[in-house]
Design a binder for this molecule. Structure first.
Ligand SMILES: *[C@@H]1O[C@H](CO)[C@@H](O)[C@H](O)[C@H]1NC(C)=O
Ligand SMILES: *[C@@H]1O[C@H](CO)[C@@H](O)[C@H](O)[C@H]1NC(C)=O
Ligand SMILES: *[C@@H]1O[C@H](CO)[C@@H](O)[C@H](O)[C@H]1NC(C)=O
Ligand SMILES: *[C@@H]1O[C@H](CO)[C@@H](O)[C@H](O)[C@H]1NC(C)=O
Ligand SMILES: *[C@@H]1O[C@H](CO)[C@@H](O)[C@H](O)[C@H]1NC(C)=O
Ligand SMILES: *[C@@H]1O[C@H](CO)[C@@H](O)[C@H](O)[C@H]1NC(C)=O
Ligand SMILES: *[C@@H]1O[C@H](CO)[C@@H](O)[C@H](O)[C@H]1NC(C)=O
Length: 479
């Protein structure tokens, strides 16, 4: 009796749910007459797309072994036809998708499922060689060309690479070995490089083990990098996190970076090539960044800064076990400038140097740099910071005959490590002021005294990139 009754109840529930599903299906069918919905989800992006497709439509196989370079090319070639018809989005389902380098297109979104992993091919022939960047004159690892990045785009507008925290794994160990053994014919590839483009979003992704730099927007503007996790071993060479390079109007926020090089490295070209190209990085916002990088900086400005770096605003930064906080790197021969830099609200735990400025970084592309090309370093503002377990508060080295000026540091408390250096500040060829800074700064940065408390500048008005908002978008694919 009891059994019968419960059976009936399940049957009734089944019948009701079948009716429900049928009603839902007929409703959706009536709405769009495209048949059953195979896949549907929502996400946020700067622009939404009319057309949806999956990598599997183009023969993609996510078994970790099959090479998908052709599938990516076929998919993106096909979807590029929708550029002027509402744009297209390409979905990468759960799986391991081995691939060589592929190129993006305009009005396009690449979306990675949370369990999708793009595995970078370790076959060097899967990486076409492209020309060196004109503002660098040569590759960073070797003279001449560069292996194109895993995901590459040039001369594009409105490109989105996002997901539900899907993964892009560079499998970089092979490249790191080649680098250490001096076996590289060309410069190592990056995970993503977008060049000569505008309206770019890179968000909600995890980048692992890049062969070299991770995210490299160059000669581009209106760029949003949001909620990105970047992880590489501490000892991996040049695995910078995010490198805005000759870019303007850039917003980097809510990122978590553990790496073997600078978490964010702001750049603009190298010596005579960068001076000739003359394209600065400016109007850059960095906020809510967590950085762990024992051998490098949280935010590096340079060392390639020959096109200039201007108007950088960083706030709400957490650094743990990192070599230095903000670091300016430059040299005679660079030319260019680093000016109007504003940083506030930074917490640092276990650091070698809280602040570091280096005027003799060296590292020239060739011997043709101009020995009279002196960089201008001016208007550097740091305030509202606490640092703990620090070996040395600051090492600030300008250039003889070319001092770094307009340095302002206020409301900064640095607690020295038990084994700290005896002299917490070393300063040469710099000029500026401090207010409410401990331990007491060097003589070149005189404290304004308790009667004249200074608050270093931080702009009140927002930048154009701050007005960019994300919309709710839908991916919907029919059977
Ligand atoms: C590519 O685009 C065309 C429309 O031009 C379409 O008919 C075709 O089915 C697409 N290919 C694939 C594999 O989806
Ligand atoms: C991507 O574009 C670059 C530059 O236009 C080109 O050199 C490269 O061969 C392209 N890669 C692929 C896989 O088509
Ligand atoms: C891309 O844009 C740059 C800068 O505007 C231009 O010099 C270059 O010729 C363009 N390349 C292509 C392939 O259109
Ligand atoms: C992407 O990140 C944003 C900002 O952290 C968050 O609001 C959003 O829910 C995330 N989206 C997905 C699909 O994970
Ligand atoms: C994304 O994945 C990484 C790596 O698994 C993880 O550390 C991180 O917390 C994830 N982020 C979000 C927002 O889920
Ligand atoms: C000093 O900096 C701390 C953060 O380290 C902040 O909470 C505090 O409000 C700042 N004080 C002033 C007067 O701005
Ligand atoms: C302080 O820094 C040293 C390295 O300089 C590290 O070994 C030690 O664990 C740190 N102490 C704390 C309390 O974080």
């Amino acid at each position: 009796m009891e059994l019968l009754r419960s059976l009936r109840r399940t049957q009734v529930i089944e019948i009701i749910s079948v009716i429900g599903v049928l009603a839902l299906l007929s409703l959706r069918g009536a709405e769009c007459r495209k048949g059953r919905i195979l896949d549907e989800f929502e996400y946020t992006a700067i622009s939404c797309r009319e057309h949806s497709a999956s990598l599997t439509d183009f023969g993609g196989v996510g078994d970790g072994v099959t090479l998908n370079t052709k599938a990516f090319k076929a998919a993106i070639d096909n979807l590029s036809q929708f550029a002027s018809a509402g744009g297209a989005q390409l979905f990468i389902p759960a799986g391991k998708w081995l691939t060589g380098s592929f190129n993006l297109t305009s009005h396009f979104t690449l979306y990675l499922h949370k369990d999708a992993v793009l595995l970078a091919s370790q076959d060097v022939t899967e990486w076409p060689v492209v020309a060196p960047l004109p503002s660098y004159g040569r590759g960073r690892d070797a003279a001449g060309g560069r292996y194109v990045s895993l995901i590459f785009g040039t001369n594009l507008t409105d490109v989105i690479v996002t997901g539900d925290n899907g993964t892009i794994d560079g499998q970089g160990a092979l490249w790191w070995q080649k680098f250490h053994k001096g076996q590289l014919k060309y410069t190592r590839p990056y995970l993503i490089e977008i060049m000569h483009s505008e309206n770019i979003q890179i968000s909600n992704l995890t980048f692992l083990n890049s062969p070299s730099w991770n995210v490299h927007p160059v000669y581009s503007s209106n760029i949003l990098v949001q909620s990105v996790t970047i992880i590489a071993p501490f000892t991996s060479p040049n695995t910078d996190g995010i490198n805005p390079d000759s870019c303007s109007n850039v917003r980097i926020e809510d990122c978590y970076i553990v790496s073997g090089d600078d978490c964010v490295a702001v750049k603009s070209g190298w010596d005579e090539y960068g001076i000739a190209f003359g394209m600065p990085t400016k109007q850059l916002v960095i906020r809510r960044l967590t950085c762990i990088s024992p051998f490098s900086a949280v935010i590096a400005l340079g060392s390639e800064m020959s096109g200039g770096i201007e108007d950088v605003r960083a706030e709400d930064i957490l650094a743990i076990n990192t070599e230095s906080g903000v670091r300016i790197k430059t040299a005679v021969g660079r030319g260019g400038y680093v000016k109007d830099i504003y940083v506030r609200g930074m917490t640092m735990k276990t650091m070698k140097w809280a602040f570091w400025m280096t005027g003799n970084y060296g590292s020239h592309p060739d011997n043709h740099f101009d020995p009279n090309a002196f960089p201008v370093i001016q208007g550097i503002n740091y305030r509202d910071m606490v640092a703990e377990n620090v070996s040395m508060a600051a090492r600030l080295e300008g250039i003889s005959g070319d001092p770094f000026t307009g340095i302002c540091i206020s409301n900064v408390t640095i607690r020295m490590a038990v084994k700290a250096k005896k002299v917490p500040w070393t300063c040469t060829d710099i000029e500026g002021i401090t207010s409410g800074v401990t331990p007491p700064p060097c003589g070149l940065l005189p404290d304004q005294g308790p009667e004249k408390i200074t608050t270093c500048a931080f702009p009140a008005e927002s930048l154009p990139i701050d007005t960019v908002e994300v919309k709710r978008c839908t991916y919907r694919k029919y059977l």
